[in-house]
Design a protein around this ligand. Sequence first.
Ligand SMILES: Cc1cc2nc3c(=O)[nH]c(=O)nc-3n(C[C@H](O)[C@H](O)[C@H](O)COP(=O)(O)OP(=O)(O)OC[C@H]3O[C@@H](n4cnc5c(N)ncnc54)[C@H](O)[C@@H]3O)c2cc1C
Length: 384
Amino acid sequence: MHRIVVLGAGYAGLAATVVLAARSRRRDDVSVTLVNATGRFTERLRLHQVAAGERLADLRLSDLLAGTGVTLEYGWVTALDPAARVVRLDDERDIGYDTLVYALGGVADTTGVPGADAHAYALDTGQHAELLAHRLARRGGTVAVCGSGLTGIEAAAEIAEQYPGTAVTLLGRTEPGADLRPAAGRYLRDALRRLGVRVRTGVEIRKVLPDAVALAGGEIVPADTVLWTGGVRGLPLAAAAGLAVDGADRIVTDAALRSVSHPEVYAIGDAAAIEQRYGLLHGSCQSGMPTGVHAARSILATLAGGEPPRFRFGYYHTTISLGRADAVVQFTRPDGAPRRLSLTGRLAVRYKETVSAAPWPTYRRMTRLPGTGSIWPRGGRFTR
Ligand SMILES: Cc1cc2nc3c(=O)[nH]c(=O)nc-3n(C[C@H](O)[C@H](O)[C@H](O)COP(=O)(O)OP(=O)(O)OC[C@H]3O[C@@H](n4cnc5c(N)ncnc54)[C@H](O)[C@@H]3O)c2cc1C
């Protein structure tokens, strides 16, 4: 029996699990186990909606995987022992594996700025987002969103819309929407203005205090609540186990998504540092799901005596919600550079919602039809 264990039921881990389950259903020499902190699929890309008081759909892993033969284990992974090929959970359970798929995602990178870890909220888990929602509903007041990337923009817009009594300031180095075509970027910044978000760019955050953010140069920005969205890094688990990681604790992979130090470990989604010809993949669902499908297919190909193929991926869009009634969709080249075409307003809202709602029904389909979900843009000449 070859034991395949998938860690993490996010976008990437679930994609790997359903493909492994569907393609190995008739085999009695392969077992698939999925380990996750909770019994629900957390739609991480909607956590800013949770912070703004929305409740997410109750998507249960046991419903999705009923009848697939996958063994579900709930618990927090606290350690890996690659030499013994064992995963340790918080209740002291040990789970053995022959092939491991590491898909534990990432957390907000609070390492560079003192006080960010202790005093700022982050959108790492459903519980974190709910804590922030409770705080905002109780206190209102001033909110500083640190980080003017996509998560910061979406969170600032959502909070300003859902809590009209709060004064939201978005702080960051770069202008929000700087990576979009000029017209789409202008639309995004106008939308933030309409929602009452105050944008401060070109700022360097030096420290997070219990009731303020300290900037380089000595300025103090008072804030009753601080949300930290300044980058994502992997969990410290992989480095602690001796796996090769990059500067942000993501597992460094070869072209087939195997750990360069431990080839029996596949690393996917936000937890992995995956190089394409145009650069390192940035964490997203559009790339995370294909990494999961690819890892699953590679594992099964390897068990059949083949060589795992090279992973190739090209982006096709950037979708940014601006509250519930507005959005921007920027279509992109495979390397992420913006194309001419973008959508704004209602049409963009509908597009964004369709894309955000797609993963769960896609997983359902993939459990029944193993072929679906294995199609994604490979990036053409940008990844050849
Ligand atoms: C507010 C917000 C908005 C976003 N919007 C977009 C967007 O519009 N489009 C887009 O493409 N991307 C978006 N992203 C990024 C996207 O959500 C991530 O890239 C994606 O979730 C990565 O998928 P993943 O499977 O690697 O990790 P995750 O989805 O984070 O899944 C990780 C899983 O591992 C589990 N886990 C973690 N640690 C442990 C542990 N120690 N033990 C057991 N289980 C554990 C978690 O419970 C979770 O189920 C957004 C992110 C945020 C925070």
